[in-house]
Design a binder for this molecule. Sequence first.
Ligand code: URA
Length: 198
Amino acid sequence: MKELESLKLRIQNIVESYESEEIGGWITGDGPVPCNILFIGEAPGKTEIEQGKPFVGMAGETFQSYLQSIGLSRDKIRITNTCFFRPIKKKLSKTGRVTISNRPPKSSETKLFKEVLDDEIALVNPKIIITLGNVPLKRLTNFDSIGECHGKLYFNEELKRNVFPMYHPSSLTYNRNDEFKTIYEEDWLKLKEALKTM
Ligand code: URA
C-alpha cells in the first residue's frame, strides 16, 4: 500500500533529522489497514527494534495474552506507537561499562510524530482507539492521567472517534499487587463489552 510506504518514509525522515538525543532505532505500526480496532502504545523498546514490530517484547507478551483472553488476535487489530523511535538513556557503571535502557518519550519527541500518527489514524479509520498508558492518552485527549479515565469508552470530539483509555501492559510489572491486577483485568473485560457495541 503506497500510503503506508509514504508514512514509513516520513518516519524515517523525522528520525534521520532528529539530532537532540541519541536514539535506539525505529519501527512503524503493524497490522491491517483499514482496521476497526487501533491500539496505540508509547514507543518501541529493544526487542521491538530487533524484530521490527511493536509490542513483541515483555510488555507485548502481556498485551498479547490479554488480547487473546477477550477473543482477539494480532491479525485482527492494528497496533502503533506515539513515538516511533526507541528513546534511550545511557549510564556508565562503576566498572566503566555503558548500559543502555529505555526511557519514556519526551512530549517534544511525541510532537515530532503528531502529523504522522494523525495520518495513520485517518488511514486505519478505526471504530475505536485504545490508548495504552499516559503517553498516547496525553497526546490524543485532554485527560491528565490514566488513573482518572481508564476502562471507559469516550467519544472524543476532536478526533471524532471512540477512545478507550487503558493502562500500559508494562504497568503490571511496576504494580505487582493483586488489587491492580484485578483492575487491569476488569478493564480488558470492559473493553470486550465496549467492542460489542461497535
Ligand atoms: N511498549 C510500547 O509502548 N510500545 C511498544 O511498541 C512496545 C512496548
